[in-house]
Design a protein around this ligand. Sequence first.
Ligand code: NAP
Length: 549
Amino acid sequence: MTTTGSLSTDVDVVVVGAGFAGLYALHKFRDKLDLSVRVFEAGADVGGTWYWNRYPGARCDIESVHYSYSFDDDLQQEWEWTEKFAGQPEILAYLEHVADRFDLRRGITFNTRVIAVHWDDLESLWEVTTDTGEVVRSRFFVSGAGNLSVPKNPEFGGIENFRGEVYLTGNWPHEGVDFRGRKVAVIGTGASAIQAIPYIAEQADELVVFQRTPNFATPLGNGPIDPDEVDKIKSDYCAVRDAARNHFLGVPFEQVQPSALAVSAEERRRTFDERWNAGGFRLFIDSYQDILFDKAANDTVADYIRERIHQRVTDPKKAELLAPAGYAYGTKRPPLETNYYEAFNRESVRIVDVKSTPIDEITDSGVRVGDRTYDVDIVVLATGFDAMTGPLMAMDIRGRDGLKLGDKWAHGPRTYLGTTVHGFPNLFLITGPQSPSVLYNMPLAIEDHVDFAADAISYVLRHHRDVVEATERAEADWGALTNEIANQTLLPQTNSWYMGANIPGKPRACMVYLGGAPTYRQTCADVVAAGYSGFDITVASAPLAAVAS
Ligand code: NAP
């Protein structure tokens, strides 16, 4: 640590998390900007989401050639994916490879959780405290803590009384779970459950799925990767990445049609069939532009998916339960599946509707719903996350005048560009709320945000300033724009984690900027080109110390 004058800092930047975001942030800040950086990671190794979510069937649902870093051409040329959509072990191996290749582990303190992040107004720096008792003073604080990393507490109690085993999809044992010969309960039918259920169904003696809201799951279309396709992509990866970044979702799809309502039923069906068979997010995002905006357009695709579910599930009663109704397709995050619906064709797999009668409790022997207890050996909680804001709240972030982020966001997140917060200077949120984040290809979204933070930090340092802070006005305008766009879509009409509605008592607010990645990226570029419009970039009240490297 270096101390000059009255101020001292330990490092230039503290980063939280060693997943896709933290790893790239470390590389960018340390190796490209030559800053001193400390990264804290709660896990024992790198990987983030892909470190924790080891449940059977966990895999990405954007093609791996796109769901991967673009920042280093040698890396993207040399890495070989084996499947179109890589499974969790392969994605984790990729991130471990990135950590080795760029010598990142030496910059990361593992098994350490950040528990307090307090802004020091006098000294214009962040004081970051960890659960091991370490306190680090840094000029900038960057959260790569992820959007879906704090599991939701289920509404029902009694888990501690259960005599069997309980597993959380979001914190799965490294040694795996043997379901053979066991009776298993899976609670939840979101994306995680939809990936896990076919594997558990294959092994377990009995599987009972507790479903509150059925999902519009559509085929992933996974398989071995096509080497010719990969060669083609690698021969001009730069153009492929450009095309991805110029697409709403951050994937180079290019077949979207204007309106589902402007074509005949036959033509619409042909389009839906093609997208359904091609897999991935094509049905959702590469069929018709108006399905997220116009309920009548949405009904056409929702009806199509319901029909497909009925075709695949042989028992009409099960099919009826599994077919979603009452909300629009895409307003809950659409899961992609492999053999999900077929799993319910096994006699050993039952489905229990817990919408009409909610789960009361976990007893010592199983799951009680009303006056019936389903006795099981294993309970799998696939009940989701305190999405977007949960990971930030868990860190006790306090800005100017000791203002708690939780108090500032009492009625929902307020950010500028989804990356910065007025009253919380020198803080950058990677894929924060009110950015395209979860509706953008994550690795690219992360790179964009880390680059934005790095450019802003360089700008501050180059101009011999100390503090960069979103103005109150810019933040308010951004919030208004984000809500205005959200209200043009069907999303606010549905209870989803996009709206904070999966957590009882959480303020209802749209967590995502829905204007699409290209518009968002252009806005950020305009902000930078205008010399950081919407930001105050100032000198600290007291002079800052030089930082030892
Ligand atoms: P989720 O989508 O929030 O699903 C949670 C499930 O648990 C829902 O079906 C929910 O029902 C149910 N649930 C919650 N509380 C319940 C209760 N008290 N009683 C009964 N059911 C309850 O969580 P997730 O499946 O972990 O997925 C979260 C997100 O992670 C996804 O949307 C996606 O963005 C990401 N993810 C991605 C992939 C991938 O393929 N790349 C895989 C997994 C996850 P309600 O719907 O009624 O609330």
